[in-house]
Design a protein around this ligand. Structure first.
Ligand code: URA
Length: 238
């Protein structure tokens, strides 16, 4: 039976070794080494992404994201930023994309916006270790520009898989780009915040609030973000 690269990769991922044909006829004058290389040509190693993203476990997903070349952003990255925190967290925080510091350190929200996000979490009785923090886009857009549609399309499946693996009780979305992407709308944050949305077939409650970088520019809006955090906290036990 001949297996596709994708099938071979999935078998390998669940620990079933690759089938290698043993009874190839070897010509009398053919050296053993060339017989071996014929076997290798027949059974190429699976490409890292041959297993569908929606079936990947954490290690495979992480490796795939770090090796991803699905859009042009990979060319300028120092690190692909997978995410950080507790993979069994009840809360998932979703931001937009890594900035300069995140790209250098390989971790989301470690710059100035990250300090504010950490403080917001502590104010809500949480810490960044107790939640999981991820971005829609895993590689830094140059100059922190908005991600382009094709970059979002290439990357979104990774966040979708992270959501499926974490199974959070609540998703807190910070900022317009992440909110518009996950909720498939073009509404501004001002219209999405202040109420509960639902994500996916599990109807995970979603609360949208302002991006911490925006709050650094417009501290007057912090009171609204605090109200959004309280709305998120109120979803516990519902
Ligand atoms: N802004 C984001 O949306 N994500 C980060 O990781 C950092 C800044």
């Amino acid at each position: 039976m001949s297996l596709s690269g994708r099938q071979r990769a999935c078998l390998e991922a669940i620990g079933i070794p690759r089938w290698v044909r043993r009874n190839l006829p070897v010509a009398a004058d053919e050296p053993a080494a060339s017989h071996q290389s014929r076997l290798e040509v027949e059974s190429p190693a699976p490409e890292p992404e041959a297993c569908p993203v929606e079936q990947m476990d954490w290690p495979r997903l992480e490796t795939t994201i770090r090796a991803c070349t699905a859009c042009g952003l990979h060319a300028g990255r120092h690190h692909a930023v997978v995410g950080t925190g507790d993979r069994q967290a009840s809360w998932l925080i979703v931001g937009e994309a890594p900035g300069e510091q995140e790209d250098l350190q390989g971790e989301p929200f470690v710059g100035r916006a990250g300090v504010l996000l950490n403080n917001m979490l502590v104010a809500a009785g949480l810490t960044r270790e107790r939640v999981y923090i991820a971005n829609v886009i895993k590689c830094r857009p140059p100059g922190n520009r908005d991600p382009q549609t094709e970059e979002v399309s290439a990357c979104l499946r990774y966040l979708e898989r992270q959501i499926a693996l974490i199974e959070p009780d609540l998703i807190l979305i910070v900022g317009r780009v992440a909110a518009q992407t996950l909720l498939a709308t073009d509404a501004p944050v001002g219209r999405m915040r202040g109420r509960v949305h639902y994500y996916g077939s599990r109807r995970i409650p979603v609360v949208v609030t302002y991006h911490p970088a925006y709050l650094l520019r417009r501290p007057i809006e912090k009171a609204k973000s605090w109200a959004d955090l309280k709305l998120a906290l109120a979803q516990r036990g519902r």
